[in-house]
Design a binder for this molecule. Structure first.
Ligand code: ACO
Length: 402
């Protein structure tokens, strides 16, 4: 067998693969996807079946522990999550310190990282399995509270405490939208649409944010610190931030007269940095199976809620034009999951800059599962190499001679 470490030491050979387009960083038993065939499975279960038949907490359990829960396992898991939804009152002081224009993703990642201070035992890399499980429960339980509070900070409303009589998504919606002086009943259509969206976002193997979680965790940083880093990685417009960018793009097209062809031409123009947001995917080169499910869900939700959104029409026109355009065909650019998710979020009343927070809420179990797998497999610290292109050795020049 070839000793790679020795070969590298002898020859200085390094694989250069910017963006890790073809570099496997790990073995994983969590999510299977085939970009050519448009297949996505969590722990072997088809995404289409999970989106139709399961709940988000069931999928979270499946991703993290490897099997669908039995009735009693599910009840215990849900009960424990419900028990931990409250956050320490001092976290409100951290929240108060943020200006109201703070982006909720920044607020969310900071609050998640602050859990390392409230639960310092989480810093110990040698914690028992039960202690790690408790951190996992805390994260899933508190994430909706943090997410809703990040929004409340933005709009200047008092925060709502969790209502533990409600299911996961209904509790989140109530914390988001209930006002002290008004009655607020969660619409079951809204809660169920949200649950489906979270399932579709729950894991997607070694994407940018998940790789970040794994690489931060590989230094034995705590679960909370690793997830906080993942949230920051998700924030960018080329990753989770795309759902916000899609709606902003569609709104700009509408404000500019609704001519989707003009924007298609801009996206093809190599001198124009504009890209069609919500199109293209590093791995899916045929279609994104999540986009199919979401497109149908968007139609259903809008019909059930009686929402007529002109932006949906622009989205459909744009999709149709792009799918029939040689530039997009040649480059295998298809709508991704985020092309339609923003339209549903809008219909549910969720403001645009909360879209990526919604993605984070959904992706959380995947990040946790990947962190846990990485630690259980005792993976080595992540440490990529480089090909140096800087100056050769040179003599130091004192400042008065420069
Ligand atoms: N609009 C116009 N052209 C595009 C687009 C787009 N959305 N996406 C890719 N291209 C073009 C590129 O210009 C390039 O063209 P070239 O070969 O003539 O130079 C070619 O298609 C390949 O693009 P790359 O950037 O090399 O593909 P990569 O795999 O690195 O990028 C990415 C994938 C980042 C998703 C890209 O398609 C993109 O920027 N899309 C828009 C942002 C987006 O929707 N992101 C969400 C991703 S899904 C998610 O995070 C859940």
């Amino acid at each position: 067998a070839i000793n790679i470490a020795k070969l590298r030491a002898d020859t200085g050979l390094i694989t250069l693969d910017p963006g890790y387009k073809n570099t496997g960083a790990t073995k994983s038993a969590i999510t299977f996807l085939d970009g050519e065939l448009g297949i996505l499975r969590y722990r072997g279960y088809r995404i289409e079946d999970l989106a139709e038949k399961s709940t988000f907490l069931e999928v979270a359990y499946l991703l993290i522990y490897g099997e669908l829960p039995t009735q009693s396992e599910y009840e215990k898991f849900s009960r424990e999550i419900t028990t931990h939804t409250l956050v320490h009152e001092d976290i409100k002081k951290i929240l108060d310190g943020f200006p109201s224009n703070a982006h909720p993703m920044g607020v969310l990642s900071s609050m998640i990282c602050s859990l390392t201070a409230f639960y310092p035992d989480s810093l110990d890399p040698n914690r028992s399995k039960d202690e790690v499980d408790l951190s996992i429960i805390r994260l899933i339980a508190k994430m909706p509270t943090f997410a809703a509070w990040a929004y409340k900070n933005e709009v200047g409303h008092p925060v709502n405490y969790p209502d533990n009589s409600l299911d996961y998504c209904s509790n989140f919606m109530k914390m988001m939208f209930a006002l002290p002086a008004e009655r607020y009943d969660v619409d079951p259509i809204v809660a169920s649409a949200l649950d489906k969206l979270l399932i579709l976002h729950a894991d997607h193997e070694q994407n940018c944010s998940t790789s970040t979680v794994r690489i931060v965790g590989s230094s034995q940083a705590s679960l909370y610190a690793s997830i906080s880093a993942g949230i920051n990685a998700l924030w960018g417009p080329l990753h989770g931030g795309a759902n916000q960018s899609v709606i902003e793009m569609l709104e700009a097209i509408k404000a500019d007269g609704g001519d989707s062809k003009k924007y298609l031409a801009k996206a093809k123009d190599k001198d124009d940095p504009f890209r069609l947001m919500g199109f293209g995917h590093r791995v899916y080169k045929n279609f994104d199976p999540r986009a199919k499910i979401i497109k149908k869900a968007a139609d259903d939700v809008l019909a059930k809620l009686g929402v007529k959104d002109p932006i949906l029409e622009i989205a459909k026109e744009l999709e149709h034009a792009a799918l029939n355009d040689q530039y997009f065909i040649d480059r295998q650019l298809y709508p991704n999951v985020d092309f339609y998710s923003g339209i549903i979020y809008r219909a549910l009343g969720i403001p645009t800059d909360m879209f990526t927070v919604m993605f984070a809420l959904g992706r959380l179990p995947g990040w946790i599962a990947q962190w846990k797998e990485m630690r259980e497999n005792n993976e080595p610290i992540g440490r990529p190499r480089q090909v140096y292109t800087g100056a050769n050795e040179r003599d130091y020049v004192t400042m008065n001679k420069r």
